[in-house]
Design a protein around this ligand. Structure first.
Ligand SMILES: [Zn+2]
Length: 130
């Protein structure tokens, strides 16, 4: 049986992914997908929520500056297309933030179930705004 924590993380991953795809794309009624421009290859495509710093690093897993709409090819087959991703994020946010993220991901980081639940509520609320 799934633990409470893995259930919360599952719901939160789903809600956060919707938030990213809505932010970066437009909902297409026919395909039921969010369509937009891939952050790393600039093609117009059905978007997935692609992470720059890997999802295993919880401190950036739900950080809107670390996650953008990405095509399936870049996100899955090119394993995030990280070199292009980094160049794009440097343009968007500046080199200091990206260097900070690369250092901070190695620090131990704990997030409680309660904090995860609050993030879940937060992204649910934003997604309902339409
Ligand atoms: Zn792409």
């Amino acid at each position: 049986m799934k633990s409470d924590r893995s259930k919360i993380v599952g719901y939160l991953d789903n809600e956060f992914s919707i938030f990213i795809r809505k932010r970066d794309g437009i909902f297409d009624e026919n395909s039921r997908e969010y369509i937009g421009i891939c952050i790393t290859c600039d093609t117009t495509s059905a978007l997935e929520a692609g992470h720059f710093i890997d999802r295993q690093h919880m401190q950036f897993r739900y950080d809107p500056k670390n996650v953008y709409g990405q095509c399936k090819t870049c996100n899955e087959f090119r394993k995030g297309n990280i070199k292009a991703y980094k160049e794009k994020l440097i343009k968007l946010h500046g080199i200091e933030l990206i260097e900070y993220m690369e250092i901070a991901r190695r620090k131990p980081f704990k997030i409680s179930n309660r904090e995860l639940s609050e993030l879940l509520k937060y992204y649910k609320r934003i997604n309902k705004r339409g």
